[in-house]
Design a protein around this ligand. Structure first.
Ligand SMILES: [Zn+2]
Length: 55
């Protein structure tokens, strides 16, 4: 097996990688946590709106 990839956001080594959506402008792959977090930022609730929150 090759080396593990790192999450583009939190730099954690991830086995199960998620590909970010194009509109997220993220270069690389994401871990599950960051992926769901991003999803929540871009699609909060039922409304599709861009509402960026910086932690
Ligand atoms: Zn992450």
């Amino acid at each position: 097996m090759g080396s593990k990839q790192k999450c583009a956001i939190c730099s954690t080594e991830v086995e199960m990688v998620f590909n970010p959506m194009k509109e997220w402008s993220i270069d690389g792959v994401l871990c599950g946590d960051c992926y769901s977090k991003k999803l929540g930022e871009f699609y909060p609730g039922d409304h599709i709106r861009v509402n960026k929150k910086e932690d």
